[in-house]
Design a binder for this molecule. Structure first.
Ligand code: UD1
Ligand code: MG
Length: 468
């Protein structure tokens, strides 16, 4: 099969239905799967085909979809289906828009539903590459309940589709189901759609009726070519939250499996969630309950402990992220060690071999090679030089209630425990700050700064006695 698709492709996405079974104010196709709205998956997978146009049929909650698409930068033509008279009617509504866009009679029209998020680009391609003017995606499943069934004659030739509600008990026993993903030449679609009637159990214009109508034509070029979906998760639709969770788990298992095949050790494939994209070098280990969001890149031999969230993070080789860390929009160079219980907030950059210990929060912090903040500290809006040691309980007072200010600390500085560094502040290299200091003045190179009350020792001190 040639990889190249010669005809133009137009995509119609059905999303006008009410999605009643989700019991939600959010449009069904905006419910996220792996952190991305279902419709986002659908659009990503069809955009890869470089279609000439994408037409989304909307009705209920249309504005929510439009708002999302605008924010997400999607190029979509919206088609309003005022009354939901059935899936064939929905497609009919889109035809004038296709013609306006300059679709040719030979153009391929791919029809899909917004609530079937995981059909792969390669599967769409196979449907577009058949020799005839009509191809249909099917799947054989153990429990076909609720789906349209594929009808074939004694020679196995497809003769039509019957909806569950219209099917005889014999037809209901058929396990090959209609996915409602199909590709037709525009001319054939225009010819068949007006012939669809609503003379059925639901009094709706059924899109699957096109299959029977094409079979009736009995012409070689309008023969329906069936492609069986390579994976059952590709054709699973989401009508309620139970199905959403089931598909999410399938997606996550597949992702985890792919990572393992690529050389990542995963403690438990059922306890990892990739809500975005994870690229990992060799010999990385992910313990249980790791959540990945956005784009995360790991070098070689990175160890991520249990219950860690990483969002848009780049991590170098041999880094250890210990349990219960939350790290977002940060860069961590090789040989660093973070956590347990560290919160690394946006703009944090750790140079090679830096160390953040337990209950340390950083934000917009550039932390030099081998520098250490080992315990119970807040470092915001700062630069910390190499090999500098920030003692336990140090707070970078970066906010005066109105503005944020910066603290710059040189190399090899030692900040004693329980210090408050009131920004703006410069502490030059080699300086030492005594424990418990509240520092409001710059410290020159190699100086000692102590800013705390002197202890008073009163010998033989008598405690007050209790009065009755
Ligand atoms: C449909 C197919 C069925 C197939 C199943 C696969 C029909 C009649 N049946 O059933 O053979 O096995 O999909 O998942 O098509 N929609 C509109 N406008 C309408 C009606 C529906 O845009 O007037 C949209 C819905 O929002 C939804 C999609 O079309 O995204 C499918 O409609 P739905 O009524 O859910 O069809 P199914 O019962 O799932
Ligand atoms: Mg449905």
């Amino acid at each position: 099969m040639a990889d190249h698709i010669t005809q133009d492709i137009y995509v119609i996405v059905l999303a006008a239905g009410k999605g009643t079974r989700m019991k939600s104010k959010l449009h069904k196709v905006l419910h996220p799967l792996a952190g991305k709205p279902m419709i986002g998956h659908v659009l990503d997978n069809v955009e890869a085909l470089q279609p000439k146009g994408i037409f989304v049929i909307v009705g209920h909650e249309a504005q929510q979809l439009k708002d999302w698409a605008a924010e997400d930068g999607r190029q979509i033509t919206w088609v309003h289906q005022a009354e939901q008279l059935g899936t064939a009617h929905a497609v009919q509504t889109a035809l004038p828009f296709l013609n306006e866009t300059g679709a040719k009679p030979s153009s391929k029209v791919l029809i899909i539903s917004g609530d079937v998020p995981l059909t792969q680009t390669s599967t769409f391609k196979s449907l577009c590459q058949v020799q005839t003017e009509f191809s249909l995606l099917t799947q054989v499943i153990d429990n076909p309940h609720g789906y349209g069934r594929i009808l074939r004659d004694e020679n196995g030739v497809v003769t039509g589709i019957v909806e569950e509600k219209d099917a005889t008990s014999e037809q209901r026993a058929v396990k090959e189901i209609n996915t409602n993903v199909m590709v037709l030449n525009k001319s054939l679609l225009e010819e068949l759609l007006p012939k669809v009637s609503n003379n059925n159990a639901q009094q709706e214009y059924y899109l699957p009726d096109l299959v029977g109508l094409a079979a009736e034509k009995n012409e070689p070029q309008s023969r329906v070519e069936v492609i069986v979906a390579p994976n059952d998760w590709e054709v699973q639709g989401v009508n309620d939250r139970v199905q959403l969770e089931a598909l999410e788990r399938l997606y996550q298992r597949n992702y985890a499996r792919a990572l393992m095949v690529e050389g990542v050790t995963i403690a438990d494939a059922s306890r990892i969630d990739i809500r975005g994209e994870l690229k990992a070098g060799v010999d990385c280990t992910l313990d249980i309950n790791v959540v990945i969001e956005g784009k995360v890149v790991l070098g070689d031999n990175v160890k991520i402990g249990q219950n860690v969230r990483l969002k848009n993070v780049v991590i170098g080789d041999n880094v250890e992220i210990n349990a219960f860390c939350d790290i977002a929009d940060a860069e961590i160079a090789q040989n660093c060690n973070v956590g347990p219980f560290a919160r690394v907030r946006p703009g944090s950059k750790l140079a090679e071999g830096a160390r953040l210990g337990n209950f340390v929060e950083t934000k917009n912090a550039v932390i030099g090679e081998g520098a250490k903040i080992n315990h119970l500290s807040y470092a915001g809006d700062c630069e910390i030089g190499r090999e500098t040691n920030i003692g336990a309980g140090t707070i970078f007072c970066n906010y005066d209630g109105v503005n944020k200010h910066k603290t710059i600390i040189g190399e090899g500085v030692f900040i004693g425990s329980n210090s408050s560094l009131v920004a703006p502040l410069n502490i030059a290299q080699g300086a030492t700050v005594g424990a418990g200091s509240t520092l409001t003045q710059d410290v020159p190179e190699s100086a000692l700064a102590v800013a705390r009350a002197k202890p008073r020792i009163i010998n033989g001190w008598k405690r007050p006695t209790k009065k009755n």
